[in-house]
Structure formats: structure tokens, C-alpha cells
Design a protein around this ligand. Structure first.
Ligand SMILES: *Cc1c(COP(=O)(O)O)cnc(C)c1O
Length: 500
């Protein structure tokens, strides 16, 4: 591999150096090794087994790892170095909003006054925490133009399910819960899954040639057995559904409701609101838009927000304010019930709350300005090198394809793997499904011009190599710790056990 690929735009080296191999910690184990010897305490020793029933304490420790302290530290440090995250480099995973999360939010989420709370303690002693929940719900309602919110869903997909449960409960109260949910083919993959989980059958709606919802096709599909339309706006092509008001009118005319997937809210923050568009219920992802690290399967939060006629159905418990005190309402009569233990993932709320307070109402528009500007910068620099299936300005992300590289037998997968050799996490690939060989790039608002330029240079370099040495890309990655994995084998026949 040439030196050029190991230099960034400023001529400085990147992404090369020492990567350690590391076995399982059990393989480092040697009988008799241990971390450190602790001097005998001068204080009286309590019998730790006191109070535990016989048989509940483990007496046999065979097979436990025995390593020295430096071995343990190196083991975990090396494993941590195999991680790629937003804190190490650009992470252009479209639709996932892998943006930088300010560390002050982490500091607040770790304050002992919050981490020491117990979910069952008397609400009179947890007024501050309840206030955070209450106020955050209000702020978020304001941001999307809704009247009622519940922070309880633990992820975007669970927010979708909750939203559909609200729709189901409301329509059922009116006499008919209905059977179907319409989903544009540009909607996020979790949308049809959530509809199916709520026992609705899913009706696909083909996008128009402009990549947007085709209103006349929707008019034909919409009927009085359809409970809702689920729309992702901006859609997964990174395009704003500009006919959204008309779309809502068509659905409402037949007594259906409109659900908006707002997981990618950083595209429209401070610019436009779902409530004003005519949408009835939506969710957002605090772990994408409002500063919680995600991607590793850690705690998330996908609040559901709705117009006032859906408020009685919101999950319980609810935090209410009465006589200047925050209280919990456990059993509102029409509630769909609890979707999560207690109040959901409280640490995520704290991060979102602090993030919102530090950004301020005015700052919201700056977030979407930067997110949209950055995506358009990348799109305009890569146009010409890569095929752009739907032309025109994009929102927070842009979608390219491998059409120009196809004749040289270079695929989206080769391009993605070649980015790894150039020090970048690949973008989202082969999604959205309506674009063959899709590459979905989302730079987010938190990336600098220099970082984006380094990424674009790497993408342009790959496009050039695809013309001159296409076969070399089929080998990628060659500089990563692991070579290309057999993904088909991994899916069909997963082997989750380590074999020495
Ligand atoms: C990420 C995302 C979701 C799902 O969110 P999870 O928290 O991963 O469940 C849904 N819709 C869109 C548009 C998304 O980008």
C-alpha cells in the first residue's frame, strides 16, 4: 500500500502504526498469578458469608482467570484499541447520526445525586429527577410541535411500537382499530417491523421518480381499514417529504393517523415541526440527536410524542406537576401501560436535558444548518466520482451508488472495505433498499471541514483506484487487523465460540 493512503490532507500520517493482537484473557491465565497482594487489615474482619444461604456462595473457583495486574490492564486496553468510535474518527454511518457527544453531558449523568437514586424511593425525595423528566418532555414537545410525550421507550424502534399502540388504542376506542399500516418503500426498516409487531399488516407504497411519496398512489391505497401511514421525514434517501401536508390530509380524510419517524431530527431541528405538518404522533432518538453515545448497544431512549387526543393512552407511569410538586401517576385509565422498567433510561434523559440547555432554543437551528450543510458538501464533492441516484440538495445525509464502478466489477462492499484501509469506518451500505448498491453517508453537524476533506479524498482515491487497479480493491481491507470476513458464512452458520 502506498504512502499516499497513509497521509491525510495536511500531509500528516494517520491510521498506521502498532495494532496488538490479543488472545482471550483465559489464554493469558497462569496458575498462581494474581493482581496484587493486600496487606492484612488491622480492622476486625466481618464474615462476608453471613446472611447468605448455604449453597449461594461459590466455593469452587477452578477455571477462573489468574493474571497479573499489568496483564489485565494490557488485555482490556488492547481490546479497547480495536474499537472504532466517534471519539477516534469520522463515522459516516448514514441514518445513525454518529456525532460527537460533549463530555460535560457525561459528567452530569455521572453525578452521584442521580446515580445513587433508587427507582422505588419516595417521590418526595426525588423531586429533581422527576423535574428533569417533566421538563425534558415539555422541551421535546415544543421542538416537534406535539402536546404530550413519554420518554419511556428505550429505543427508536420501541418508540415506533409505542406510537402504533397509541394509534391502535385510540382507533379501538372509536370503534375500529383497523388492520393495515401504509409504509413508503423509502421508510426505515424498523417501521414495517414495528407495524407487524403491533399486529398490523403492512402495505408498501412505491416512491415517485423524485424519491418522494407519490400522493396520487397514496390516495389509491388509503382506505378505511388503514390505521396509519408511517413516514420517515427526511426519508432514508436524505430527502425532505415536501408534500407532507397533503400526505396528512389524504390519510386524515379516511380517518387514519400519520406517524412520523423522527430518528434523524438533526436535519430539521429548529426549522420545522411534525405537529405543524399535520403529523399526529412521532418518535425521536435521544441517542442520535440529543447527545448520548450509541452504536454499542448501550442504553438509548426513543421518546414518543403525540397530539393531545392521544395523550390519555401514553405509557405509565406519568410524571405530573400538582401544587408545585412532581408526582407519579401510575395507572391512568386509558394508558397502554408500561413498556419499560420504571421510567426508562434516566441517564440518557440527563444527557439530553443538559445538551438542550447548553445548546438553547436558538442553537437548535444551528445544529440542522451544520448537519445539512455538511451532507451537501460531501455530496457535491463526490458527485462525478460516484453515481447520485436522486439528484438535488439533500438533508442530513446523501445517498450514492456503485453504478460508475460496476463495469470494473468494483462493488459498494469493496468501496466500504477499502475505506477501512484508509482509516475510516464505512458508511451505511446497501440501504435504502430502493437504491442498488447504495452508500448512505451522514457526516453530522459535529465534523470539521478538514475531517470531511480527508474522508472525501479517501473516497476519491478509491474511485481512481477502481479505474486503474480494480482488482486490488477486492482484497480490501489489507491494513486492518482482520482481512475480509466471510459474511454469508457468518450469517448462515454463526460460530460464537472461540477455538484455540
Ligand atoms: C435509527 C433509526 C431508527 C431505529 O432506532 P433504534 O434506536 O435503533 O431502534 C428508526 N428510524 C430511523 C429513521 C432511524 O435512523
Amino acid at each position: 500500500m502506498g504512502g499516499a493512503q497513509s497521509r491525510n490532507i495536511l500531509g500528516k500520517p494517520y491510521a498506521r502504526g502498532i495494532v496488538f493482537n490479543e488472545p482471550l484473557i483465559f489464554e493469558r491465565s497462569r496458575a498462581g498469578r494474581n493482581g496484587c497482594d493486600v496487606a492484612k487489615s488491622p480492622f476486625e474482619q466481618k464474615e462476608i458469608s453471613a446472611g447468605f444461604a448455604k449453597g449461594t456462595l461459590r466455593e469452587d473457583f477452578t477455571g477462573f482467570v489468574e493474571v497479573s495486574e499489568p496483564s489485565a490492564v494490557r488485555h482490556f486496553t488492547r481490546l479497547s484499541q480495536w474499537n472504532y468510535g466517534v471519539d477516534s474518527n469520522f463515522y459516516p454511518l448514514g441514518s445513525c447520526t454518529m456525532k460527537y457527544n460533549p463530555k460535560v453531558n457525561e459528567a452530569v449523568a455521572r453525578l452521584a445525586g442521580f446515580t445513587g437514586l433508587h427507582p422505588l424511593q419516595d417521590e418526595a425525595t426525588a423531586q429533581g429527577a422527576l423535574r428533569v423528566i417533566y421538563e425534558l418532555e415539555k422541551y421535546l414537545c415544543d421542538i416537534v410541535g406535539m402536546h404530550s410525550a413519554s420518554l419511556q421507550p428505550a429505543a427508536g424502534a420501541q418508540g415506533e411500537l409505542t406510537g402504533l399502540m397509541l394509534i391502535h388504542a385510540y382507533l379501538k376506542d372509536k370503534g375500529n382499530a383497523r388492520k393495515k399500516v401504509i409504509l413508503p418503500d423509502s421508510s426505515h426498516g424498523t417501521n414495517p417491523a414495528s407495524a407487524a409487531l403491533c399486529e398490523y399488516s403492512t402495505v408498501p407504497l412505491a416512491s415517485g421518480t423524485d424519491g418522494l411519496i407519490d400522493c396520487s398512489a397514496l390516495e389509491k391505497l388509503m382506505d378505511e381499514e388503514t390505521a396509519a401511514l408511517m413516514v420517515t421525514n427526511p426519508n432514508t434517501l436524505g430527502m425532505f417529504e415536501k408534500n407532507i401536508k397533503r400526505v396528512c390530509e389524504i390519510v386524515h380524510a379516511k380517518g387514519g393517523l400519520v406517524y412520523a419517524d423522527g430518528a434523524n431530527l438533526n436535519a430539521i431541528l429548529g426549522k420545522t415541526r411534525f405537529g405543524d405538518m399535520g403529523v399526529d404522533v412521532c418518535h425521536m432518538n435521544l441517542h442520535k440527536t440529543f447527545s448520548t453515545p450509541h452504536g454499542g448497544g448501550g442504553p438509548g431512549s426513543g421518546p414518543v410524542l403525540a397530539k393531545d387526543f392521544l395523550a390519555p393512552y401514553m405509557p405509565a407511569p406519568r410524571v405530573v406537576l400538582a401544587d408545585g410538586r412532581y408526582k407519579l401517576e401510575h395507572n391512568p385509565p386509558k394508558s397502554v401501560g408500561a413498556l419499560n422498567a420504571f421510567y426508562g433510561n434516566f441517564g440518557v434523559y440527563l444527557r439530553a436535558y443538559v445538551y438542550l440547555l447548553s445548546v438553547g432554543g436558538e442553537g437548535l437551528g444551528d445544529i440542522s444548518d451544520a448537519a445539512v450543510l455538511n451532507a451537501n458538501y460531501i455530496l457535491s464533492r463526490l458527485k462525478g466520482h460516484y453515481h447520485v441516484p436522486y439528484d438535488g440538495p439533500c438533508m442530513h445525509e446523501c445517498v450514492l451508488s456503485d453504478k460508475f464502478q460496476k463495469d470494473a466489477h468494483v462493488s459498494t462492499l469493496d468501496i466500504a472495505k477499502s475505506l477501512i484501509d484508509r482509516g475510516f469506518h464505512p458508511p451505511t451500505i446497501y440501504f435504502p433498499l430502493i437504491v442498488k448498491g447504495a452508500m448512505m453517508i451522514e457526516p453530522t453537524e459535529s465534523e470539521s471541514l478538514e475531517t470531511m476533506d480527508t474522508f472525501v479524498d479517501a473516497m476519491v482515491d478509491i474511485a481512481e483506484v477502481a479505474k486503474t487497479h480494480p482488482l486490488s480493491l477486492a482484497e480490501a481491507p489489507v491494513l486492518a487487523k482482520m482481512r475480509r470476513l466471510d459474511e454469508t458464512q457468518a450469517v448462515r452458520n454463526p460460530d460464537l465460540r472461540h477455538k484455540p
